[in-house]
Design a protein around this ligand. Structure first.
Ligand code: FES
Length: 109
């Protein structure tokens, strides 16, 4: 499977299902789809923390834990950090992530 679909939900509850290519990051899939709500100012080099998303527990458990650098950047998100907080640029899309649900924070700045 080269293409999966992921669904983003805004803080206001609107949903948008977008295609994501296996191998790209969740952030790039969102940007390619023109999704509002992920700024990704640094382009994915882990220096802006404006690609913050919240993942439900069941999906977060299927991913590798944040590494030390992502964990440090998660302390700098504009919206509150929660247990499911991740930076979308650090989540590589795999076939196993088909159907992934991600919630957007109410702000990235
Ligand atoms: Fe900048 Fe993810 S895009 S940290």
């Amino acid at each position: 499977m080269d293409l999966v679909h992921v669904t983003f939900t805004t803080a206001a509850g609107a949903t948008q299902r977008v295609p994501a290519r296996v191998g790209e990051s969740l952030m790039l899939a969102a940007q390619r789809a023109g999704l509002d709500g992920i700024a990704a100012d640094c382009g994915g080099c882990l220096s802006c923390a404006t690609c913050h998303v919240y993942l439900p527990d069941d999906w977060a458990a299927r991913l590798h834990a944040p590494d030390a650098d992502e964990d440090a950047m998660l302390e700098l998100t504009a919206a509150e950090r929660r247990p499911g907080s991740r930076l979308a640029c650090q989540i590589p899309i795999t076939a196993a992530l088909d159907g992934l649900q991600a919630q957007l924070p109410d702000r990235q700045y």
